[in-house]
Write a protein of this length. Sequence first.
Length: 274
Amino acid sequence: MSEALLDALGQIHTLATGEPRIVSLVPSLTELLCELGLADRLVGRTGFCIHPRDTLRRIPKVGGTKDVKVEAVRTLAPTHLVVNIDENRRDTVEALAAFVPTVIVTHPCMPADNFGLYRLFGGIFGRMEEAAALTRALQAAIAEAAATAAGLPPEKVLYLIWRQPWMAVSPATYIAAMLAAVGWQTLPAATEPRYPEIDWRAPWLGEVQRVLLSSEPYRFGEAHLAEVTALCGRPAMAVDGEYCSWYGSRAAAGLHYLARLRRAVARPGVQTGG
């Protein structure tokens, strides 16, 4: 007997029949659907769903991840809605569930959770071969990340996502789990709030060895590297936020990226900015 297809709420899903009409409210999962060969089944997406760019230009937008236009979704008559516990508002999803027959709820918290996403989407939409290929790619990426972490001493980092107020990520986030895979331990150590504001006078900042400035949601630039180093006296470097925070099909590429970066900055003489 095959294993049941369960989403993040424990809802059981079955193979879609007919011609699915999918609305995705999650940028990472819109990209995953396209990687699975389902671009022609997408009928709606958010304005933040931007990859793959050329493919998505023809797909209607239905607002943002937090401000979905419910009536715009209704007009598209979707059979399936893809949402995420962190990225979408519960009240909006409940309103959409009143007329969308199938709502797929996701909540990946670490790189390995993507295996479940591949199986879930592959099983629902009949793309198991494509899902298996993504699984193999992620297995290789996780192995590379683990080897990188094992070959270097752990390093404590501060991963910044916003400025004014300065904000970081806690160890309870998917981003922190991606960084931990290559041996970067995020501070502050408290798991709540998940996206804490930073007081540059906090005693725990003395433990930070490196500051990582994400390219999203705040677009940090070169000028911010020197600013951050002046604030905390630690080396700062820019990182690609999409590789660190986008799950789904981008997870393998993200782990490869972080493993390469971790090894590069560990080499003597490498300049990291700041």
